[in-house]
Design a protein around this ligand. Sequence first.
Ligand code: GUN
Ligand code: FE
Length: 424
Amino acid sequence: MKIYKAHILFTKEKDHFEVIENGYIGVDDGHVVGVATDDSVFQCPEAEVIDLGDRLLIPAMNDIHVHAPQYRNLGLAMDLELLDWLDNYTFPEESRFADIHYAERMYRRFVHDLWRHGTMRTVCFATTHLPATRLLMHLFREAGMSAFVGKVNMNRNCPEALCETLEAAEQACETMVREFGDADSLVRPIITPRFIPSCTPEMLQLCGKLAQQYQLPVQSHLSENTSEIELVRTLEPESSSYGDAYNRYGLFGQTPTIMAHCVWTEGKELELIRKNDVIVAHCPTSNFNIASGMAPIRTFLDSGISVGLGSDISGGHDLSIFRMMVYAIQVSKMHYQRDKSKHFLTLSEAFWLATKSAGRFFGHVGSFEPGYDFDALVIDDSDLNHDHYSLLHRLERFIYVGDDRNIVHRFCRGREITEPAVIA
Ligand code: GUN
Ligand code: FE
């Protein structure tokens, strides 16, 4: 067993922080044994005690919606809405991932920068290319970081270079399951129909079948943009909502499912998300940048819907999940100004969304309760802490104005994760 000593902060529940000044956390075989104010409670005198000094120890970040192959487009091309943005900027960039050397250069940079920002768990889209997708999974594995990686499925309304056959899609899935199917592994496949406009009914049916057959989780996009929703209405006229279209193909909570955005979700679709226990990935920066709208997160939480945060690079321009907490709070303050009954998100709620709420998708992740994976960050905020702030104010200042330079140690399932290599 190892025992780490630091100021420990985490959220067991969304409404308040657990704060243990000069606390101890026992870690055995990658998992949290417990948190205490005194190391004698672990009854393990031979345990190594690592004193981290006047630093903050918090759960590591989880990003539950991000596109790895869009990393080169970070911070550019924000002048179009979703459908034109995909055609003009996103699909051309993703087409380049047929080249495995290009893919390696970009994907190494992506994994490195997730590490830099303290994101130890990721649920991401790759592209339709199997070799590049497998490479990305190997890079996460090599780094010791955890990820669900989706080889994207798409076969309509896209350039030839990204269009795949049903046979290729099925074979690729079988390959991924063979290679990465172990349920206890940190890196696992996830069924990834891009969204309804990119997939024929036959492709959606195949995705639902594969999810069921191999018991794989599912990720996609839902009700992000009004023109997209209108298009889905014409493509799936039998469905009562966009979400219902996924549901009819077995892609809406039949296995654990994440749907990104849900900006315009209400009524029957909201009810179906709740009933099927679909997790919403809230991506506030992306929703600003490609002018999609403001997701009603308070309404989702009040309805008992699970929510996590996503950077959604490159609709989003910021890989930091700490900054995503800030944006999520800011969006909720916009809603609040229109309807004072929808109270804006608190810091503890935003922190909980990024840690324990999102972490549920990975198992026992995102908290320091006993049995949880020890996924943690050590924050040295000495350059921000000039004036004897409380521990909670120190954390708040780090979240709002700190950056990756304040993160001095990163752990994933108990292992310290060192800087992954990049190609210059
Ligand atoms: N909907 C379908 N594909 C995408 C994508 O790459 N990014 C975003 N933001 N929405 C999508
Ligand atoms: Fe997305």
